[in-house]
Design a binder for this molecule. Structure first.
Ligand code: SF4
Ligand code: F3S
Ligand code: FES
Length: 253
């Protein structure tokens, strides 16, 4: 079935912009990215959109469709009523470069702030051994395609630009959780306290478990339940365990 679909696409740049209406053919089996490409091919060759794989794996085509953060290439046209006008806008939490393309460098800055995996001393590459359940736990987090939809959705930065300085966002708090749960990570032996970092440098306390990040994740990673809440528990255990507290006091002398 082919029909004439109605679309409103945000056009503009850092100076400002607005919604522009387009009427475009929609064919059976298409996704929203196909429609954006058809708009480019027919009436607006200068329409800017970032994309790469068209398979939900590169994380490039993140935007908002009818106000909901989604991947353009994984949103089927069949989920909408053919009579509906579909609105496509850039991610709201990041500065617009042009049209649907935003500057996501906040995320790369935050990624660089997370200390990387520290290999265990005395164990050669190829000799690492882990329990299967530890592998499974961190493997879920490795499915992340870095689309930054969770970062865009979390109200801590979406509604408060000023929090970007102090809040790493769900994707990178999840990365800290992954490393902190990793049985072979030797960060602590080299003086990197991931739990303290999560609390004092990466803003874990700003997360009030609204779970909006989990709802929009195209990889269905249970960000809140499996990464953020366990990380909060680990941080609290560390802070309030009297033996750990005493050990830290003695260790500091
Ligand atoms: Fe995207 Fe999910 Fe990764 Fe967040 S955790 S960046 S929503 S894939
Ligand atoms: Fe934000 Fe997710 Fe926490 S949406 S508040 S990081 S649960
Ligand atoms: Fe790669 Fe959409 S184009 S995830």
């Amino acid at each position: 079935m082919t029909y004439q679909g109605r679309f409103r696409v945000w056009r503009g740049d850092a100076e400002g912009g607005g919604l522009v209406d387009y009427e475009v053919d929609v064919h059976e089996g298409e996704v929203v990215l196909d429609i954006v490409h058809r708009i480019q091919a027919t009436t607006a060759p200068d329409l800017a959109v970032r994309w790469n794989c068209k398979a939900g794996k590169c994380g490039s085509c993140s935007a908002e469709i009818n106000g909901r953060p989604r991947l353009l290439c994984m949103t089927r046209m069949s989920v909408f009523d053919p009579a509906e006008t579909i609105t496509v806008t850039p991610m709201r939490a990041f500065p617009v470069l042009r049209d649907l393309v935003t500057d996501v460098s906040y995320n790369y800055t935050k990624a660089r702030e997370v200390p990387s995996f520290v290999p265990p001393p005395g164990v050669k590459a190829g000799e690492y051994r882990m329990m299967q359940e530890d592998v499974n736990r961190v493997q879920e987090f490795r499915k992340c395609i870095e689309c930054f939809l969770c970062q865009n959705t979390c109200h801590v930065v979406r509604d408060h630009e000023e929090n970007k300085q102090v809040f790493a966002g769900p994707r990178f708090l999840m990365r800290i959780a992954e490393l902190d749960m990793h049985p072979l990570d030797a960060a602590e032996e080299t003086g990197t306290d991931r739990k303290r970092g999560a609390r004092e440098e990466h803003g874990l306390g700003y997360c009030n478990i609204t779970k909006c990040c989990t709802e929009v994740c195209p990889e269905h990673i249970r960000i809140t339940d499996n990464a953020l809440i366990p990380l909060k528990e680990r941080v609290v255990d560390r802070s309030y365990d009297p033996l750990v507290w005493l050990g830290n006091r003695i260790g500091r002398r």
